[in-house]
Ligand binder design. Structure first.
Ligand code: UT7
Length: 328
């Protein structure tokens, strides 16, 4: 069996229509546009308002667009991996719902939970399936309806997140594609970033609802410190082990949690601002969707042979980076 490379052949996205501005947030909590923009870089985010639509709906839309972009039929997909922390249900997997919706009848499908690093964990997993020869075409989706776990009376979290999905098709190729990845995990025993209730530790009850346990909780300062170190460290780690300098890197695709974290990462990598994909201003932090959303927004500017570093940090705690060469 000759060893194959996993290359991205299609990119898709989905953004809900509703735009939640900083101005509107000023009417919910004690905050202001200036604070949000200077502390986070966010001006607005999208919210999926339709009560009968959830994470799998956005994943479906992004997947269909990615398949069209790749010129691949849904029936030819071997595996679907959905990264999410806001599944439609605890089970079945959101990936199974997407599989049905898009008619990928020959694919097996599963979810992967790694919060904001979810898309990178999923992309490297899908990549290894292709490299091993076990799969020929893999759909990797990052989709999160963060508004479903946001407390819109908590100003420390409600300003940060948005809803969206992004997807890529991975296929076997001869050169380029995913060259290397590094992932790290440090179990978050202090619960710096988590959703306390709804799982087997604190199943839903009157008490969990009263305590707002089904909403995201974050110690912003501690996570900020960890994220700033972690994202920069892992980006440098992957550059060093592949003998890349800032000059060699065409693009940094960073997870979009806070503009200050992105800037610090780019600085430590020695990258000019023009090489950094930043769309946090328009979408906020869409958790598993941020990185494929960037790839979608910049796809017309990517050139064959470009060295691209994808980098993320999130709940878990999880962090990681992927080095890929654009190959289409
Ligand atoms: O993607 C997953 C990983 N998540 C992250 O990477 C997020 C990491 N954390 C962050 O991005 C930042 O910590 C935040 C944006 C959440 C907060 O920014 P900060 O610069 O760390 O602010 P802070 O928590 O130190 O708060 C500074 C002040 C406080 O007031 P005092 O105590 O100085 O009087 C807060 O109460 O700002 C206040 N504050 C706000 N003021 C206006 C907190 N939230 C708000 C708000 N509007 N929304």
């Amino acid at each position: 069996m000759t060893s194959k490379r996993a290359i991205i052949t299609g990119v898709g996205h989905y953004l809900p229509d509703y735009v939640l501005t900083n101005k509107e947030l000023e009417s919910y909590v004690e905050t202001n546009d200036e604070w949000i923009r200077t502390r986070t870089g966010i001006s607005e985010r999208r919210i999926l308002k339709d009560p009968d639509k959830a994470t799998s709906y956005m994943g479906e839309k992004a997947a269909i667009e990615a398949l069209e972009d790749a010129g691949v039929a849904a029936a030819d997909i071997d595996t679907i991996i959905v990264a999410t922390v806001t599944p439609d249900y605890m089970f079945p997997a959101t990936a199974a719902l997407v599989q049905k919706k898009i008619g990928a009848d020959n694919a097996y499908a599963f979810d992967l939970s790694a919060a904001c690093s979810g898309f990178l964990y999923a992309l490297s997993t899908g990549g290894m399936m292709i490299e091993s020869g076990r799969a020929k075409k893999v759909l990797v989706i990052g989709t999160d309806k963060m508004s479903s776990i946001i407390d819109f009376t908590d100003r420390t979290t409600c300003i940060l997140f948005g809803d969206a999905a992004g997807a890529v098709v991975l296929e076997a190729g001869e050169e380029g594609g995913i060259i290397d990845f590094v992932h790290h995990t440090e179990g978050d025993e202090q619960c710096m970033l988590y959703q306390p209730a709804g799982g087997s530790m604190n199943p839903a009850s009157e008490e969990t609802i009263k305590n707002k346990g089904h909403f995201i909780r974050q110690d912003g300062k501690s996570v900020f410190k960890k994220a700033t170190e972690g994202m920069a460290d892992v980006s440098l780690e992957i550059m060093e082990r592949n003998n890349l300098t800032g000059e060699d890197v065409a693009w940094l695709v960073p997870h979009q949690a806070n503009l200050r974290i992105i800037d610090a990462t780019a600085r430590r990598m020695g990258l000019d601002k023009e090489k950094v994909m930043i769309n946090i201003g328009k979408y906020g932090n869409t958790t598993a969707a941020t990185i494929p959303l960037c790839l979608y927004d910049w796809k017309d500017q990517l050139k064959k042979g470009d060295n691209i570093i994808l980098s993320a940090f999130g709940g878990g705690l999880t962090w990681g980076a992927i080095y890929l060469k654009w190959s289409r």
